[in-house]
Ligand binder design. Structure first.
Ligand code: ZN
Length: 218
């Protein structure tokens, strides 16, 4: 069955996936990147979306595929030039997602000044949990993010460490793009990214199980 709607938010058909790079200081440093002065934006194709219980497929083109655990925001209503102060009114739900990245392809793109679409966009490179309604989350800037590979903790941090908080990201994106219901924002990964391999079992969790995601690698 082809899924077309955001899990947990059945009224929202998914649209664009906006992603933010380098939104945590220690992650920027672990990849020898500078901390950006404004949000670094790229997109993932919706064809890369998979769900809880599905498999990440390592493409033949890469020998170094990384996990990046990220708070993922689902936009519930359309908006342009949204003010920071009421930006969270545009959010219908929060989930946990993995911005799967072919790091070797990305590194080459960075060195050549090329875009990241290939490194970020292979099929299965956007696993998403079921989303939790935003009325259950008072403050998106105090959520624990955690990712384990074969039950070993690789990433464990809190969204309070974001350089650009969710409200600011919504404001900034909406000055460029008209945000639409079903758009998602992957808000950047904290430190601890590392390679994944065939047969790995990856679990991601938002705030101690508020939303969870379990995928395997093939
Ligand atoms: Zn990312």
């Amino acid at each position: 069955m082809k899924k077309t709607h955001i899990p947990g938010l059945p009224h929202l058909q998914f649209r664009n996936i906006f992603c933010i790079g380098r939104n945590y200081v220690e992650h920027a440093h672990e990849l020898n990147n500078k901390v950006p002065g404004q949000p670094l934006v790229f997109l993932k194709p919706t064809s890369s979306i998979i769900f809880d219980g599905d498999e990440i497929h390592i493409p033949k083109a890469s020998n170094n595929v990384h996990h990046e655990v990220e708070l993922t925001v689902a936009i519930g209503k359309a908006g342009k030039n949204i003010l920071k102060d009421n930006a969270l009114d545009y959010v219908d739900g929060y989930g946990i997602g993995i911005d799967v990245t072919a790091r070797d392809i990305q590194q080459q793109a960075k060195e050549n000044g090329h875009p990241w679409s290939v490194a970020k966009g292979f099929d299965t490179f956007a696993p998403l949990s079921s989303f939790v309604s935003s009325d259950k989350i008072a403050n998106p800037q105090d959520l624990d993010l955690r990712l384990t590979v074969n039950d070993e903790v690789r990433q464990s941090d809190n969204t309070k460490l974001m350089i650009f908080p969710v409200a600011e990201l919504i404001h900034y994106l909406s000055t460029i793009f008209t945000l639409q219901p079903g758009d998602m924002i992957m808000t950047g990964t904290p430190k601890g990214v590392s390679p994944i391999h065939k047969e790995d079992n990856i679990k991601a969790s938002l705030n101690n199980g508020l939303a969870t995601l379990s995928v395997t690698v093939s």
